[in-house]
Design a protein around this ligand. Structure first.
Ligand code: UGA
Length: 478
């Protein structure tokens, strides 16, 4: 099918590239001209595993192209995926102005009938508004617009894999023709999981787990829109629940890892999204919870439960800074090393990352910071030029009074922690992601703090006593 994708952010780029990969003819457009010109040159502006290789091969094979001529892009597709941003407004509601602009663009520029598909995350009933805008601004009376909702469930860092091996594909439709067309669009992906087509997933070939069998769920447009917000909000609730369990574990001397492990063995609960720590960040969960609360409010439904999940999440940063203060006493002039800046592992995205607020608070208190992240240093440097960014994770430990872990990059587990111990001025770790093994760290001689796990006492009698060196700030004063 000929497909147009409007919006070349995470969702649009992954959607456009993967739809081209399964054989459709895809044109992508965006009102950011610079972004389009770099994409035309094959440069992907975000870090997302597999995306650059897939984008390049599909451009080479002429199935995927980019244009800054939005009118031309609208005319070229039979189906148009709207993948523009829906950021939060001051009051937490989703800002739908980009969707409105796209609706007007499609209505005025389309010369033939189109299936217009909402892929962006939008509150329930947006589809009705979209239909109205398309009909109000329609320039050619003979042109018909059908609207559908097809929410994405892509996780940053595994978005290509999620698109090509989905758990579920949700189609919110109002007419048979739209359903038929959407089924056709997703046919190669749905059938690939059943091994009925020639399509072979390139991600699969390069080592991702075997294809899952995806469920196709056909619903009304309102339900499809709600499914997306309800899913993300539930994930947020789950994380906040685990964080409250962690706080309780600290008080009663239990271990949150043991508790959530056993809870997760119940298939009705499941182990995923029960990791306690600094809480959820990113551009989806925080904003979707807020938008869902606002939607409930407008609809006269009291969803205070979600507000509480939001509060619990905000308090994680307070608790963490309090742990830092308790351990360091005075933060001013302390050398603090930071491992991890991205809002989660396998992405360079720092939007609403807990690391940003932690850094802001430490700088405000006069700490000297060094930081390392596999992918997110450039973006963080643009916000915090005062922080020293290191090429090597070990460099953040040099003369540090404390080392913080702010992102759950699994690579941090594999670091040579004895080497880090030797480099630090004071062997103190504050693990905001419960990533490391407390016993192992304590046995190495570290003072180790995390969330919801019993505090181990360091065992210096079995090890050479840690050499407590003066921090460089004190050394300078001397
Ligand atoms: C989220 C959803 O997981 C996707 O299903 C959805 O499609 C996407 O939003 C979206 O709306 O587009 P994503 O934003 O990539 O995906 O991030 P998550 O993997 O959900 O992680 C969100 C945050 O929760 C991260 O900061 C992560 O560190 C944190 N987290 C996650 C925890 O603190 N504990 C956990 O157990 C899991």
């Amino acid at each position: 099918m000929r497909i147009t994708v409007i919006g070349c952010g995470y969702v649009g780029l992954v959607t456009g590239t993967c739809l081209a990969e399964v054989g459709h003819q895809v044109v992508c457009t965006d009102n950011d001209r610079e972004r389009i010109s770099s994409l035309k040159a094959g440069v992907v502006p975000i870090y997302e595993p597999h995306l650059d290789a897939l984008l390049a091969s599909n451009m080479r094979e002429n199935r995927l192209s980019f244009t800054d001529d939005a009118a031309e892009a609208v005319r070229s597709g039979d189906a148009i995926f709207i993948c523009v941003g829906t950021p939060p407004k001051e009051n937490g509601e989703a800002d739908l102005s980009a969707i409105d602009n796209v609706a007007r663009l499609i209505a005025t520029e389309a010369h033939s009938s189109k299936l217009v598909i909402e892929k962006s995350t939008v509150p329930a009933q947006t589809g009705q508004q979209l239909k109205r805008a398309l009909s109000v601004y329609r320039r050619h009376p003979a042109v018909e617009f059908r609207v559908a909702s097809n929410p994405e469930f892509l996780r940053e860092g595994t978005a290509v894999e999620d698109f090509l091996h989905p758990d579920r594909v949700v189609l919110g439709v109002e007419d048979e023709k739209s359903e038929k067309e959407l089924r056709e669009i997703y046919h190669p992906i749905l059938e690939a999981t059943a091994e009925k087509t020639n399509f072979r997933c390139p991600v699969h070939l390069s080592g991702c787990p075997p294809a899952k069998s995806a469920q196709l769920v056909v619903t009304t447009i309102n339900s499809a829109e709600l499914i997306k917000h309800a899913s993300n909000s539930f994930l947020a609730l789950k994380i906040s629940y685990a964080n409250m369990i962690a706080d309780l574990c600290e008080k009663v001397g239990a271990d949150v890892q043991e508790v959530v492990h056993a809870m997760g063995l119940d298939p009705r609960i499941g182990r995923q999204f029960l990791n306690a720590g600094l809480g959820f960040g990113g551009f989806c969960l925080p904003k979707d919870v807020q938008a869902f609360v606002r939607l409930a409010e407008h609809s006269g439904v009291n969803f205070n439960m979600l507000r509480e999940a939001e509060h619990v999440n905000k308090r994680r940063i307070d608790l963490f800074t309090e742990k830092i203060r308790q351990a360091l006493w005075v933060i001013k002039d302390k050398q603090i090393g930071i491992l991890g800046l991205a809002f989660k592992a396998n992405t360079d995205d720092i939007r609403f990352a807990p690391s940003l607020e932690v850094i802001r608070r430490l700088l405000a208190e006069g700490a000297h910071l060094r930081a390392y992240d596999q992918e997110a240093m450039d973006k963080t440097a643009a916000i915090f030029p005062q922080v020293r960014f290191c090429r090597e994770p070990y460099d953040v430990a040099r003369d540090a009074d404390a080392l913080l872990i702010l992102t759950e990059w699994p690579e941090f587990r594999q670091l040579d922690w004895s080497l880090i111990y030797d480099k630090m001025s004071r062997p103190l770790i504050l693990d905001g992601r419960n990533l490391l093994n407390p016993q192992a760290m304590t046995q190495l001689g570290f003072e180790y703090h995390c969330f919801g796990r019993p505090q181990e006492k360091p065992l210096p009698q079995f090890l050479p006593a840690p050499v407590l060196r003066a921090s460089s700030a004190i050394a300078q004063q001397a």
